[in-house]
Design a protein around this ligand. Structure first.
Ligand code: AHM
Ligand code: MG
Length: 339
């Protein structure tokens, strides 16, 4: 039997109806966001055809080279979001300071944090990349411009989070805390259609994702954990599969569907890991937890970390609950042994 159509717009409205006090503002905000991602998707798909690839020669505030498409995605998000009347402030991985709403525009009650194009070092190789977003309610008084205080909220305060993956098809995955839902963009008529309702991550997976090239810099507990997954000492047992794209969105999207663990740990070279709490870890943690998984920094729940700065990095262990719990156990035991 053919499934009936559920567009993203209808889904968002139906989700908001669950909250009797809802005003419809969050729905409009998510709708504006989805529009921005459609434009970015179009541009990403054209990347090989138009002269858009290559470095701009600039560095972003993390000292990394910024490619033109990153800049395009960053500007598109702002252009799509700064005049809807729903936001009081934004912050982007690509911009040093918080982004204010233009003076002549209505100031709303929500805060948007985003990574406009995650995994952008993969663009030239036609590998999947994505946009990640996170939405909070403001904590400063209504009607005034938002401040950095509005941005520095722990992930548990997110009211919605999601990502778009520009892969073999474009998909948007989001949650408002009641289940995780995936929509596939129909390129013919430009609508996101519900394709993955109520995604649940398996409690235990068979995949681990980590940049294993950093092995020599790792914590001894992590080394042991990975060896355990490889079943080095047990010839009878089947090892886990290693899958690492180097695009968090793509690596996590796969693990969300198939189960497994994704890690970007602290190591000797990256004392706080690499990934950003506000733009990458919190939104992904909300998604994965809402799908029944777990996300920690090896000890603490990601969503409960009190951020100190908008570009802060944290180590992350995220995915199937049992896999993340086991990784934490290995780290803990190695620390006890070291004392
Ligand atoms: P970006 O936001 O500058 O694209 O960097 C984040 C990306 C993640 O998508 C990915 O998981 C990680 O960097 C890969 O890092 P590494 O190359 O060190 O393994
Ligand atoms: Mg990123």
């Amino acid at each position: 039997m053919k499934q009936s159509f559920m567009t993203l717009q209808r889904h968002i409205i139906e989700e908001e109806r669950r909250h009797p006090q809802a005003t419809g503002e969050l729905s409009s905000l998510l709708w504006d966001l989805s529009l921005a991602t459609k434009v970015i998707s179009l541009e990403v798909n054209k990347a090989g055809l138009v002269d858009i690839l290559g470095f701009t020669g600039e560095e972003n505030i993390h000292g990394e080279e910024v490619k033109k498409l990153d800049r395009f995605a960053h500007e598109m998000m702002i252009r799509a979001m700064d005049h809807g009347g729903h936001l009081c402030v934004m912050a982007s991985e690509e911009e040093d300071n918080i982004i204010h709403i233009p003076k002549n525009k209505k100031i709303g009650k929500y805060v948007l944090m985003f990574d406009p194009l995650d995994g952008s070092s993969n663009i030239d190789a036609n590998v999947s990349i994505g946009t990640i977003f996170s939405i909070y309610k403001r904590v400063t008084p209504d009607g005034k411009p938002g401040t950095v205080e509005d941005c520095l909220q722990p992930g548990v305060k997110q009211v919605a989070a999601g990502y778009t993956i520009y892969g073999s098809s474009t998909m948007l995955v989001y949650t408002t805390g009641h289940g995780v839902h995936g929509f596939t963009l129909d390129p013919a008529f430009g609508e996101y259609l519900l394709s993955h309702p109520n995604i649940q991550i398996p409690k235990k997976g068979k995949i681990y994702s980590i940049n294993e090239g950093n092995y020599k810099y790792w914590h001894p507990g992590l080394k042991k954990y990975i060896k355990f997954l490889q079943k080095d000492e047990d010839p009878e047992e089947k090892p886990y599969s290693a899958r690492y794209i180097g695009s968090m969105v793509a690596d996590l999207h796969r693990n969300l569907l198939y189960g497994g663990i994704f890690m970007y740990p602290a190591d000797k070279r990256h004392p706080n890991g690499k990934l950003r709490l506000m733009y990458e870890c919190n939104p992904m943690a909300m998604i994965v937890e809402s799908a029944g998984g777990r996300a920690t920094d090896g000890k603490n729940r990601i969503l409960e970390i009190q951020p100190e700065s908008i570009h802060q990095r944290v180590p992350i262990f995220i995915g199937s609950e049992e896999d993340v719990l086991l990784a934490e156990k290995f780290l803990r035991e190695a620390e006890v042994e070291a004392v």
